[in-house]
Design a protein around this ligand. Structure first.
Ligand SMILES: [Zn+2]
Length: 322
């Protein structure tokens, strides 16, 4: 999706070939397809540094166009929304992935009034509701305390975002977890930007060390879970496996336990967001866009799934501006 604003055609988390500016809301790979060496990129410095770890080349950040601002989205460290205030005075806010409840490893969300909101639809269903974040974190810590007496605990997670959140959750209970090299690489970017994380790195390819840990917490990239299980088995130690994701509300993972710790807003949080934002129109985007728009309409909002390309002028047509 792209927005035409003045001299700019701004791609929103996608690879629009006609764009001359690419907004990257955050570093998760499903939002970074617009990143190319030749592209002018708009994102936070944290996002740039995280993405550079993956693409292996330097990214030059473009200056913000006049009338544009970035706001924290609360989804992960460095994640931003894009607020556009074109000269005609009507404002447009693109959320990217966002989260209303403060994460221990992300900046708190900022919400602005906007005439039009283009909104993420990861959890579009009215009946999927997340428990209070503090309660979920308390139950994770209680599980670590209980099972940690009998063996190691392995959390499989995205290497950036969820992994650092889990490190912080461990640190808050005085535990410095083991992490794989992929997670450690991202941890260093977090630390460079002032997010304190205590952890120890283990290179899974190097095998079990002489002075290795026994009962401990592991936080590893999901694709490394089997390797960690083998690593711990080589120590003749028991291991409990876990994931922490909002999708735990909707599906089963093959782990001993799953915690519904989401970095996205659920439907009720989307309503909270819109109450503050007070938009005249909501465009929904992402795989749940049609369902999300339908459910928002049932709650009194003018809403529709976004089209691939959206021109600001056409966004503003069709309703009166007060
Ligand atoms: Zn994301």
């Amino acid at each position: 999706m792209a927005l035409n604003v003045g001299d700019y055609r701004i791609s929103l988390d996608t690879r629009d070939p006609q764009a001359n500016l690419y907004f990257v809301s955050h570093a998760h790979s499903d939002h970074t397809s617009g990143v190319r060496k030749s592209h002018r990129i708009l994102c936070s410095e944290i996002t740039r540094d995280l993405v550079e770890q993956r693409v292996k080349y330097s990214i030059d950040l473009a200056p913000l166009p006049s009338g544009a601002r970035m706001l924290n989205s609360g989804h992960m460290f460095g994640s931003r929304q894009l607020l556009l205030e074109p000269e005609n005075g009507s404002t447009i806010l693109y959320t990217g992935d966002y989260q209303m409840q403060k994460s221990p490893a992300a900046e708190e969300i900022e919400i602005s009034h906007a005439d039009i909101v283009i909104m993420d639809s990861t959890y579009p269903f009215v009946n999927v509701t997340f428990d209070d974040r503090e309660e979920v974190i308390a139950s994770i810590q209680s599980y670590i305390r209980d099972k940690g007496r009998f063996g190691s605990i392995l959390f499989g997670a995205y290497a950036m975002g969820k992994a650092q959140e889990l490190v912080r959750i461990c640190n808050d209970m005085g535990i410095s977890p083991l992490v794989d090299t992929g997670v450690a690489r991202m941890n260093r970017v977090y630390s460079n930007h002032g997010m304190r994380l205590d952890y120890t790195v283990r290179d899974l390819a190097a095998g079990v060390g002489e002075r290795d840990f026994y009962e401990t917490v592991w936080i590893a990239s999901t694709h490394n879970m089997e390797k960690v299980k083998q690593y711990v088995a080589d120590l003749n130690n028991r291991i409990f496996t876990a994931v922490a994701t909002g999708f735990a509300k909707m599906m089963r993972f093959g782990t001993d336990v799953q915690f519904a710790l989401s970095d996205h807003a659920d439907f009720s949080q989307a309503l909270q967001y819109l109450e503050i934002c007070e938009p005249k129109y909501v465009y929904t985007c992402g795989s749940g866009a049609a369902t999300f728009a339908k459910n928002l309409k049932a709650h009194g909002y003018e809403a529709a799934p976004s089209k691939l390309t959206t021109n600001v002028a056409s966004l503003l047509a069709g309703y009166s501006k007060n």
